[in-house]
Design a protein around this ligand. Structure first.
Ligand SMILES: [Zn+2]
Length: 106
């Protein structure tokens, strides 16, 4: 039987994720820590601008093309076994919640 990709839920320290996350667009990626642009999501291991080591990747394209999710997961598993694919909207809502909480002192 061929392997399948199933989405899972795990707890993450969002600050740690932010320091090692690459956000991929259609062709290139940017660094979530410093916003460096034009990174190759299949090759860049360390941010050339701020020096963080990437451990996570999220994709903007999956928001607009959710049917490509498993193709992307397969490609990343082959080319970037060092990266964990996380959901960009989960990341955004977690970071948005966190800044809202800090803003309101909760
Ligand atoms: Zn960076």
């Amino acid at each position: 039987m061929s392997p399948h990709f199933l989405r899972t839920f795990r707890q993450f320290d969002i600050e740690e994720v932010k320091k090692s996350l690459m956000i991929a667009g259609d062709l290139t990626a940017n660094c979530a820590a410093c916003n460096a642009l034009g990174l190759d999501p299949y090759k860049t291991a360390v941010c050339p601008e701020c020096g963080v080591t990437f451990r996570y990747v999220a994709s903007r394209r999956l928001d607009s093309h959710p049917s490509e999710r498993f193709q992307l997961a397969r490609r990343l598993a082959e080319k970037r076994p060092d990266l964990t694919l996380i959901d960009l909207s989960d990341y955004k809502s977690a970071t948005g919640d966190k800044s809202a909480k800090e803003f309101f002192g909760l």
